[in-house]
Design a protein around this ligand. Structure first.
Ligand code: HEC
Ligand code: HEC
Length: 414
Protein backbone atom coordinates (compact mmCIF):
# COMPACT_ATOMS: atom_id res chain seq x y z
CA UNK A 1 0.00 0.00 0.00
CA UNK A 2 1.29 3.42 -0.89
CA UNK A 3 1.38 5.92 1.98
CA UNK A 4 0.21 9.44 1.39
CA UNK A 5 2.68 12.30 1.78
CA UNK A 6 1.31 13.19 5.22
CA UNK A 7 1.46 9.60 6.44
CA UNK A 8 5.01 9.38 5.19
CA UNK A 9 5.99 12.49 7.07
CA UNK A 10 4.31 11.28 10.25
CA UNK A 11 6.15 7.99 9.98
CA UNK A 12 9.44 9.77 9.53
CA UNK A 13 8.72 11.95 12.55
CA UNK A 14 8.12 8.88 14.72
CA UNK A 15 11.33 7.24 13.57
CA UNK A 16 13.25 10.44 14.15
CA UNK A 17 11.84 10.89 17.66
CA UNK A 18 12.68 7.30 18.49
CA UNK A 19 16.24 7.80 17.34
CA UNK A 20 16.67 10.97 19.32
CA UNK A 21 15.08 9.45 22.43
CA UNK A 22 17.33 6.43 22.23
CA UNK A 23 20.10 9.01 22.52
CA UNK A 24 22.45 6.88 20.48
CA UNK A 25 22.14 8.07 16.97
CA UNK A 26 22.79 11.64 16.01
CA UNK A 27 20.97 13.33 13.19
CA UNK A 28 23.84 12.59 10.80
CA UNK A 29 23.65 8.86 11.40
CA UNK A 30 26.61 8.50 13.77
CA UNK A 31 26.31 5.98 16.56
CA UNK A 32 27.46 7.60 19.82
CA UNK A 33 28.05 4.17 21.32
CA UNK A 34 30.93 3.78 18.91
CA UNK A 35 32.82 6.53 20.66
CA UNK A 36 33.72 5.05 24.01
CA UNK A 37 37.25 6.05 24.93
CA UNK A 38 39.69 3.25 25.76
CA UNK A 39 40.39 2.84 29.45
CA UNK A 40 43.47 0.70 28.86
CA UNK A 41 46.88 1.94 27.82
CA UNK A 42 48.20 1.05 24.35
CA UNK A 43 50.56 -1.95 24.10
CA UNK A 44 54.02 -1.38 25.67
CA UNK A 45 52.57 1.16 28.13
CA UNK A 46 51.78 0.30 31.74
CA UNK A 47 48.80 1.88 33.43
CA UNK A 48 49.79 3.61 36.67
CA UNK A 49 47.53 4.05 39.73
CA UNK A 50 46.90 7.69 38.73
CA UNK A 51 45.50 6.55 35.35
CA UNK A 52 48.52 7.59 33.29
CA UNK A 53 50.37 5.40 30.78
CA UNK A 54 54.11 4.88 31.20
CA UNK A 55 56.27 3.41 28.48
CA UNK A 56 58.00 0.09 29.11
CA UNK A 57 60.75 -1.08 26.79
CA UNK A 58 63.69 -3.43 27.18
CA UNK A 59 65.97 -0.51 26.32
CA UNK A 60 65.14 1.00 29.71
CA UNK A 61 67.34 -1.71 31.27
CA UNK A 62 70.38 -0.50 29.38
CA UNK A 63 72.81 2.25 30.27
CA UNK A 64 73.80 5.01 27.97
CA UNK A 65 76.78 7.27 27.58
CA UNK A 66 75.78 10.51 29.21
CA UNK A 67 72.12 9.60 29.01
CA UNK A 68 72.00 10.61 25.35
CA UNK A 69 71.12 7.25 23.90
CA UNK A 70 74.43 7.02 22.12
CA UNK A 71 76.75 4.05 21.95
CA UNK A 72 76.71 0.39 20.93
CA UNK A 73 73.82 -1.99 20.38
CA UNK A 74 72.66 -2.12 23.96
CA UNK A 75 72.27 1.49 24.90
CA UNK A 76 69.32 3.27 26.38
CA UNK A 77 66.92 5.52 24.57
CA UNK A 78 66.69 9.22 25.25
CA UNK A 79 63.94 10.12 27.71
CA UNK A 80 60.49 9.97 26.23
CA UNK A 81 57.31 11.95 26.48
CA UNK A 82 54.65 9.83 28.21
CA UNK A 83 52.29 10.06 31.18
CA UNK A 84 49.03 10.68 29.31
CA UNK A 85 45.82 8.87 30.26
CA UNK A 86 44.37 6.08 28.08
CA UNK A 87 41.35 8.30 27.38
CA UNK A 88 43.52 11.22 26.22
CA UNK A 89 45.48 8.95 23.88
CA UNK A 90 42.29 7.52 22.40
CA UNK A 91 40.65 10.93 22.01
CA UNK A 92 43.81 12.04 20.20
CA UNK A 93 43.35 9.16 17.80
CA UNK A 94 39.93 10.49 16.75
CA UNK A 95 41.27 14.02 16.40
CA UNK A 96 44.24 12.82 14.37
CA UNK A 97 41.99 11.18 11.79
CA UNK A 98 39.25 13.84 11.77
CA UNK A 99 39.19 16.30 8.83
CA UNK A 100 37.06 18.59 11.02
CA UNK A 101 40.41 19.92 12.23
CA UNK A 102 41.16 21.53 8.87
CA UNK A 103 39.76 24.83 7.67
CA UNK A 104 37.58 23.30 4.96
CA UNK A 105 37.04 19.79 6.34
CA UNK A 106 39.16 18.12 3.66
CA UNK A 107 42.37 17.19 5.49
CA UNK A 108 43.24 15.43 8.70
CA UNK A 109 46.69 14.92 10.21
CA UNK A 110 46.42 11.43 8.73
CA UNK A 111 46.14 12.81 5.20
CA UNK A 112 49.85 13.57 5.29
CA UNK A 113 50.81 11.13 8.05
CA UNK A 114 49.19 7.96 6.77
CA UNK A 115 49.49 4.86 8.96
CA UNK A 116 50.19 2.53 6.02
CA UNK A 117 52.94 4.83 4.72
CA UNK A 118 54.94 4.85 7.94
CA UNK A 119 52.93 7.93 9.02
CA UNK A 120 54.40 9.83 6.06
CA UNK A 121 52.43 10.32 2.82
CA UNK A 122 54.36 8.77 -0.03
CA UNK A 123 54.82 12.21 -1.59
CA UNK A 124 58.02 14.07 -2.37
CA UNK A 125 56.39 17.24 -1.05
CA UNK A 126 53.12 17.11 0.90
CA UNK A 127 49.97 18.61 -0.54
CA UNK A 128 47.86 20.74 1.81
CA UNK A 129 44.57 22.60 1.64
CA UNK A 130 43.38 23.58 -1.86
CA UNK A 131 46.24 21.61 -3.38
CA UNK A 132 48.89 23.92 -1.86
CA UNK A 133 52.34 22.42 -1.99
CA UNK A 134 54.31 22.14 1.27
CA UNK A 135 57.96 23.11 1.17
CA UNK A 136 59.15 19.74 2.46
CA UNK A 137 58.39 16.06 2.69
CA UNK A 138 56.25 14.70 5.55
CA UNK A 139 58.40 12.87 8.13
CA UNK A 140 57.36 9.70 9.95
CA UNK A 141 55.64 10.05 13.33
CA UNK A 142 56.83 6.72 14.72
CA UNK A 143 58.82 7.34 17.93
CA UNK A 144 58.26 11.12 18.01
CA UNK A 145 57.93 10.60 21.78
CA UNK A 146 61.75 10.56 21.96
CA UNK A 147 62.54 13.60 19.85
CA UNK A 148 64.04 16.77 21.26
CA UNK A 149 63.25 18.96 18.26
CA UNK A 150 60.71 18.86 15.47
CA UNK A 151 60.51 19.65 11.76
CA UNK A 152 63.36 19.06 9.32
CA UNK A 153 64.98 22.34 10.35
CA UNK A 154 64.44 21.68 14.09
CA UNK A 155 62.47 24.90 14.47
CA UNK A 156 60.13 23.56 17.19
CA UNK A 157 61.42 22.21 20.47
CA UNK A 158 58.20 20.76 21.87
CA UNK A 159 55.28 18.89 20.35
CA UNK A 160 53.08 21.73 21.60
CA UNK A 161 55.06 24.19 19.51
CA UNK A 162 54.95 21.79 16.60
CA UNK A 163 51.23 20.99 16.48
CA UNK A 164 50.06 24.55 15.85
CA UNK A 165 52.21 24.53 12.69
CA UNK A 166 50.10 22.23 10.50
CA UNK A 167 46.76 23.22 12.08
CA UNK A 168 47.02 26.90 11.27
CA UNK A 169 49.39 26.94 8.30
CA UNK A 170 47.55 28.34 5.26
CA UNK A 171 49.26 25.70 3.09
CA UNK A 172 48.60 22.75 5.37
CA UNK A 173 45.29 22.48 7.26
CA UNK A 174 44.37 26.15 6.91
CA UNK A 175 42.39 26.39 10.15
CA UNK A 176 42.39 29.05 12.87
CA UNK A 177 41.97 28.71 16.66
CA UNK A 178 38.53 30.39 16.73
CA UNK A 179 37.04 28.07 14.12
CA UNK A 180 38.72 24.99 15.59
CA UNK A 181 37.29 25.71 19.04
CA UNK A 182 33.83 26.53 17.75
CA UNK A 183 33.66 23.42 15.51
CA UNK A 184 34.68 21.11 18.35
CA UNK A 185 32.58 22.80 21.03
CA UNK A 186 29.46 22.67 18.88
CA UNK A 187 29.91 18.92 18.36
CA UNK A 188 28.11 17.13 21.17
CA UNK A 189 30.12 13.93 20.80
CA UNK A 190 33.41 15.77 21.10
CA UNK A 191 32.16 17.68 24.14
CA UNK A 192 31.38 14.37 25.83
CA UNK A 193 34.69 12.80 24.80
CA UNK A 194 36.75 15.76 26.02
CA UNK A 195 34.91 15.68 29.33
CA UNK A 196 35.84 12.00 29.59
CA UNK A 197 39.49 12.64 28.76
CA UNK A 198 39.85 15.79 30.89
CA UNK A 199 37.47 15.08 33.78
CA UNK A 200 38.77 17.81 36.09
CA UNK A 201 38.41 20.75 33.75
CA UNK A 202 35.59 22.97 32.52
CA UNK A 203 32.82 21.78 30.20
CA UNK A 204 34.22 23.86 27.36
CA UNK A 205 36.90 22.35 25.13
CA UNK A 206 40.14 24.36 25.20
CA UNK A 207 43.02 24.59 22.74
CA UNK A 208 45.35 23.14 25.35
CA UNK A 209 43.17 20.05 25.65
CA UNK A 210 43.06 19.63 21.87
CA UNK A 211 46.85 19.83 21.59
CA UNK A 212 47.38 17.55 24.60
CA UNK A 213 45.15 14.82 23.16
CA UNK A 214 46.83 14.93 19.74
CA UNK A 215 50.26 14.78 21.41
CA UNK A 216 49.12 11.93 23.67
CA UNK A 217 48.18 9.92 20.59
CA UNK A 218 51.36 10.71 18.65
CA UNK A 219 53.60 9.75 21.55
CA UNK A 220 51.93 6.33 21.70
CA UNK A 221 53.36 5.44 18.27
CA UNK A 222 56.21 3.25 19.48
CA UNK A 223 58.30 1.14 17.10
CA UNK A 224 61.12 -0.62 18.95
CA UNK A 225 60.61 -4.27 18.22
CA UNK A 226 62.01 -4.77 14.75
CA UNK A 227 64.19 -7.72 13.83
CA UNK A 228 67.14 -5.43 14.49
CA UNK A 229 65.92 -4.92 18.07
CA UNK A 230 65.54 -8.64 18.58
CA UNK A 231 69.16 -9.00 17.48
CA UNK A 232 70.26 -6.17 19.77
CA UNK A 233 68.55 -7.88 22.71
CA UNK A 234 70.53 -11.05 22.09
CA UNK A 235 68.58 -13.12 19.56
CA UNK A 236 71.41 -13.43 17.09
CA UNK A 237 69.34 -15.52 14.69
CA UNK A 238 67.03 -12.55 14.05
CA UNK A 239 69.29 -11.24 11.28
CA UNK A 240 70.48 -13.11 8.20
CA UNK A 241 74.19 -13.15 7.28
CA UNK A 242 73.56 -10.53 4.57
CA UNK A 243 71.73 -8.24 7.01
CA UNK A 244 74.48 -8.70 9.59
CA UNK A 245 77.06 -7.80 7.02
CA UNK A 246 75.01 -4.70 6.26
CA UNK A 247 74.82 -3.81 9.94
CA UNK A 248 78.57 -4.04 10.31
CA UNK A 249 79.17 -1.83 7.29
CA UNK A 250 76.55 0.62 8.59
CA UNK A 251 78.30 0.78 11.95
CA UNK A 252 81.81 0.87 10.54
CA UNK A 253 84.03 3.92 10.60
CA UNK A 254 84.17 3.68 6.83
CA UNK A 255 80.46 4.15 6.18
CA UNK A 256 79.89 6.13 9.43
CA UNK A 257 76.10 5.93 9.19
CA UNK A 258 75.74 5.22 12.91
CA UNK A 259 77.72 8.33 13.83
CA UNK A 260 74.59 10.30 12.93
CA UNK A 261 71.81 7.71 12.63
CA UNK A 262 72.75 6.33 16.04
CA UNK A 263 71.01 3.29 17.52
CA UNK A 264 68.68 2.66 19.20
CA UNK A 265 66.65 5.60 17.85
CA UNK A 266 68.73 5.72 14.66
CA UNK A 267 69.23 9.45 15.06
CA UNK A 268 71.60 11.38 17.32
CA UNK A 269 69.02 14.20 17.22
CA UNK A 270 71.56 16.68 15.90
CA UNK A 271 71.51 18.93 12.89
CA UNK A 272 73.93 17.95 10.15
CA UNK A 273 74.86 19.59 6.88
CA UNK A 274 75.19 16.78 4.36
CA UNK A 275 74.36 18.55 1.09
CA UNK A 276 71.52 16.50 -0.43
CA UNK A 277 70.19 17.80 -3.74
CA UNK A 278 66.92 19.74 -4.07
CA UNK A 279 64.31 18.61 -6.58
CA UNK A 280 65.60 19.51 -10.05
CA UNK A 281 65.36 23.24 -10.66
CA UNK A 282 64.22 24.14 -7.16
CA UNK A 283 66.12 26.72 -5.20
CA UNK A 284 68.22 25.78 -2.17
CA UNK A 285 66.41 25.03 1.09
CA UNK A 286 68.67 26.63 3.70
CA UNK A 287 67.14 24.46 6.45
CA UNK A 288 68.47 25.06 9.95
CA UNK A 289 70.39 28.18 8.94
CA UNK A 290 67.09 30.00 9.38
CA UNK A 291 66.25 28.35 12.71
CA UNK A 292 69.51 29.34 14.37
CA UNK A 293 70.39 32.32 12.20
CA UNK A 294 73.77 30.67 11.60
CA UNK A 295 75.39 30.55 8.16
CA UNK A 296 77.35 27.43 9.13
CA UNK A 297 74.03 25.57 9.25
CA UNK A 298 73.10 26.44 5.67
CA UNK A 299 71.50 23.32 4.18
CA UNK A 300 71.53 21.65 7.61
CA UNK A 301 68.70 19.33 8.59
CA UNK A 302 67.78 17.28 11.60
CA UNK A 303 69.18 13.77 11.30
CA UNK A 304 66.03 11.72 10.69
CA UNK A 305 65.35 8.41 12.39
CA UNK A 306 65.71 5.43 10.08
CA UNK A 307 63.12 3.30 11.87
CA UNK A 308 60.37 2.10 9.50
CA UNK A 309 62.37 3.76 6.73
CA UNK A 310 61.14 1.02 4.37
CA UNK A 311 57.67 2.61 4.53
CA UNK A 312 58.41 6.30 4.05
CA UNK A 313 59.72 6.76 0.50
CA UNK A 314 60.52 9.13 -1.12
CA UNK A 315 63.42 10.25 1.05
CA UNK A 316 65.18 13.35 2.42
CA UNK A 317 63.64 16.73 3.32
CA UNK A 318 62.92 17.26 -0.37
CA UNK A 319 61.68 13.77 -1.20
CA UNK A 320 64.27 13.87 -3.97
CA UNK A 321 65.31 10.20 -3.68
CA UNK A 322 62.68 7.66 -4.59
CA UNK A 323 64.41 4.57 -3.23
CA UNK A 324 66.52 3.57 -0.25
CA UNK A 325 69.26 2.42 -2.60
CA UNK A 326 69.47 5.92 -4.12
CA UNK A 327 69.54 7.48 -0.64
CA UNK A 328 72.38 5.24 0.54
CA UNK A 329 74.32 5.73 -2.68
CA UNK A 330 74.25 9.49 -2.09
CA UNK A 331 76.83 9.05 0.67
CA UNK A 332 79.41 7.46 -1.57
CA UNK A 333 79.17 9.71 -4.62
CA UNK A 334 81.74 12.18 -3.34
CA UNK A 335 81.69 14.75 -0.56
CA UNK A 336 79.55 17.72 -1.56
CA UNK A 337 78.83 16.35 -5.05
CA UNK A 338 75.26 17.71 -5.00
CA UNK A 339 76.00 21.14 -3.50
CA UNK A 340 75.07 23.77 -6.09
CA UNK A 341 77.99 25.68 -7.54
CA UNK A 342 78.81 28.88 -5.68
CA UNK A 343 77.02 27.83 -2.47
CA UNK A 344 79.25 27.82 0.59
CA UNK A 345 78.18 24.83 2.66
CA UNK A 346 80.06 23.58 5.70
CA UNK A 347 79.63 19.86 5.30
CA UNK A 348 79.71 17.69 8.40
CA UNK A 349 83.07 15.97 9.09
CA UNK A 350 81.44 12.53 8.89
CA UNK A 351 80.41 13.20 5.32
CA UNK A 352 83.34 12.03 3.26
CA UNK A 353 84.19 9.54 0.50
CA UNK A 354 83.84 6.02 1.84
CA UNK A 355 83.95 4.43 -1.65
CA UNK A 356 81.44 1.75 -0.77
CA UNK A 357 81.11 -1.05 -3.31
CA UNK A 358 77.83 -1.95 -5.02
CA UNK A 359 77.62 -5.01 -2.76
CA UNK A 360 78.20 -2.92 0.36
CA UNK A 361 75.45 -0.49 -0.66
CA UNK A 362 73.05 -3.42 -1.20
CA UNK A 363 73.93 -4.87 2.20
CA UNK A 364 73.27 -1.52 3.93
CA UNK A 365 69.83 -1.47 2.31
CA UNK A 366 69.25 -5.06 3.52
CA UNK A 367 70.09 -3.88 7.02
CA UNK A 368 67.82 -0.82 6.86
CA UNK A 369 64.93 -3.11 5.95
CA UNK A 370 65.36 -4.91 9.29
CA UNK A 371 64.31 -1.71 11.11
CA UNK A 372 60.65 -2.17 10.19
CA UNK A 373 58.24 -2.74 13.07
CA UNK A 374 54.57 -1.84 12.94
CA UNK A 375 53.28 -4.19 15.62
CA UNK A 376 51.79 -1.36 17.64
CA UNK A 377 49.93 0.17 14.71
CA UNK A 378 46.92 2.01 16.14
CA UNK A 379 43.47 1.22 14.76
CA UNK A 380 42.23 3.69 12.16
CA UNK A 381 38.71 4.62 13.32
CA UNK A 382 35.85 3.66 10.96
CA UNK A 383 34.06 6.87 11.90
CA UNK A 384 35.05 10.09 13.59
CA UNK A 385 32.73 12.26 15.71
CA UNK A 386 32.33 14.89 12.98
CA UNK A 387 30.80 12.34 10.61
CA UNK A 388 33.42 13.21 7.98
CA UNK A 389 35.46 10.45 6.32
CA UNK A 390 38.30 9.58 8.75
CA UNK A 391 41.35 9.10 6.55
CA UNK A 392 40.72 11.89 4.16
CA UNK A 393 43.09 11.94 1.30
CA UNK A 394 40.93 13.52 -1.40
CA UNK A 395 43.53 13.80 -4.09
CA UNK A 396 45.05 10.43 -4.76
CA UNK A 397 48.23 12.27 -5.48
CA UNK A 398 50.87 9.96 -6.82
CA UNK A 399 54.54 10.87 -6.74
CA UNK A 400 54.12 11.70 -10.40
CA UNK A 401 51.50 14.31 -9.61
CA UNK A 402 53.67 15.79 -6.92
CA UNK A 403 56.54 15.95 -9.43
CA UNK A 404 54.37 17.82 -11.88
CA UNK A 405 53.33 20.25 -9.14
CA UNK A 406 57.00 20.80 -8.38
CA UNK A 407 57.49 21.68 -12.04
CA UNK A 408 54.66 24.20 -11.87
CA UNK A 409 56.12 25.63 -8.70
CA UNK A 410 59.51 25.99 -10.39
CA UNK A 411 57.90 27.96 -13.18
CA UNK A 412 56.29 30.21 -10.60
CA UNK A 413 59.60 30.81 -8.87
CA UNK A 414 61.55 31.57 -12.04
C1 HEC B 1 49.53 18.96 4.37
C2 HEC B 1 50.24 17.87 4.95
C3 HEC B 1 50.36 17.78 6.45
C4 HEC B 1 49.34 17.77 7.38
C5 HEC B 1 47.86 17.90 7.13
C6 HEC B 1 49.99 17.59 8.66
N1 HEC B 1 51.33 17.48 8.50
FE1 HEC B 1 52.68 17.10 9.96
N2 HEC B 1 54.18 17.48 8.66
C7 HEC B 1 54.03 17.72 7.32
C8 HEC B 1 55.29 18.14 6.75
C9 HEC B 1 55.55 18.48 5.29
C10 HEC B 1 56.21 18.18 7.81
C11 HEC B 1 57.67 18.65 7.74
C12 HEC B 1 57.64 20.16 7.66
C13 HEC B 1 59.00 20.78 7.90
O1 HEC B 1 59.89 20.11 8.42
O2 HEC B 1 59.18 21.97 7.58
C14 HEC B 1 55.48 17.74 9.00
C15 HEC B 1 56.05 17.58 10.27
C16 HEC B 1 55.37 17.08 11.36
C17 HEC B 1 55.99 16.71 12.62
C18 HEC B 1 57.47 16.79 12.96
C19 HEC B 1 58.12 15.42 12.93
C20 HEC B 1 59.61 15.47 13.07
O3 HEC B 1 60.24 14.41 13.05
O4 HEC B 1 60.19 16.55 13.18
C21 HEC B 1 54.98 16.29 13.46
C22 HEC B 1 55.13 15.80 14.88
C23 HEC B 1 53.74 16.41 12.71
N3 HEC B 1 54.02 16.87 11.44
C24 HEC B 1 52.49 16.13 13.22
C25 HEC B 1 51.31 16.52 12.59
C26 HEC B 1 50.01 16.58 13.24
C27 HEC B 1 49.74 16.22 14.68
C28 HEC B 1 49.12 17.01 12.30
C29 HEC B 1 47.65 17.34 12.49
C30 HEC B 1 47.35 18.34 13.49
C31 HEC B 1 49.87 17.18 11.06
N4 HEC B 1 51.19 16.90 11.29
C32 HEC B 1 49.29 17.55 9.85
C33 HEC B 1 52.86 17.58 6.60
C34 HEC B 1 51.60 17.61 7.18
C1 HEC C 1 76.81 13.61 9.19
C2 HEC C 1 75.62 12.92 9.60
C3 HEC C 1 75.10 11.82 8.71
C4 HEC C 1 75.75 10.68 8.31
C5 HEC C 1 77.20 10.28 8.57
C6 HEC C 1 74.79 9.90 7.57
N1 HEC C 1 73.59 10.56 7.53
FE1 HEC C 1 71.89 9.90 6.62
N2 HEC C 1 71.00 11.69 6.97
C7 HEC C 1 71.57 12.75 7.65
C8 HEC C 1 70.73 13.92 7.50
C9 HEC C 1 70.99 15.29 8.09
C10 HEC C 1 69.66 13.53 6.68
C11 HEC C 1 68.54 14.45 6.14
C12 HEC C 1 69.14 15.21 4.97
C13 HEC C 1 68.16 15.95 4.09
O1 HEC C 1 66.96 15.78 4.24
O2 HEC C 1 68.62 16.72 3.22
C14 HEC C 1 69.85 12.11 6.39
C15 HEC C 1 68.95 11.34 5.67
C16 HEC C 1 69.10 9.98 5.44
C17 HEC C 1 68.10 9.13 4.83
C18 HEC C 1 66.69 9.57 4.41
C19 HEC C 1 65.77 9.55 5.62
C20 HEC C 1 64.38 10.05 5.36
O3 HEC C 1 63.54 9.91 6.27
O4 HEC C 1 64.09 10.59 4.30
C21 HEC C 1 68.63 7.87 4.77
C22 HEC C 1 67.97 6.63 4.21
C23 HEC C 1 69.96 7.94 5.33
N3 HEC C 1 70.21 9.23 5.72
C24 HEC C 1 70.83 6.87 5.43
C25 HEC C 1 72.17 6.99 5.79
C26 HEC C 1 73.17 5.96 5.60
C27 HEC C 1 72.88 4.58 5.07
C28 HEC C 1 74.36 6.47 6.00
C29 HEC C 1 75.72 5.84 5.94
C30 HEC C 1 76.18 5.49 4.60
C31 HEC C 1 74.11 7.83 6.47
N4 HEC C 1 72.77 8.11 6.29
C32 HEC C 1 75.06 8.66 7.01
C33 HEC C 1 72.77 12.71 8.36
C34 HEC C 1 73.74 11.73 8.19
Amino acid sequence: MKLSGIQNLAKLAVVFTLLICSGQIQADGIDAKEFVLASNCPPSFEKMPNNTCELRTVYQFYDSLGGHGIGGLQTSLPTERDGFSPEQIDLGRYLFFDPLLSGDGTLSCASCHQPDKGFADGQALSVGIDGALAARSAPTLWNVAFLKSFFWDARASTLEEQVVGPLYSPIEMGNNPVKLLSDLNSNELYTQLFNGAFPNSSETITLKEIYTAIIAFQTSLISLNSRYDQYAHGNHKALSPKELKGMNIYRSFVARCSECHTPPLFTNQQIAVIGTPEPIGMSLDIGAEKTHNAAKLKGGFKVPTLRNIEKTAPYMHSGRFETLRESVEFYTKGRGHAVPEGVAMQLHWHIWEPNLTEDELDRIVDFLLTLTDEKFMPVTPNNVPSGLTPLNNPKDHSTELSHSIIKLKQEERS
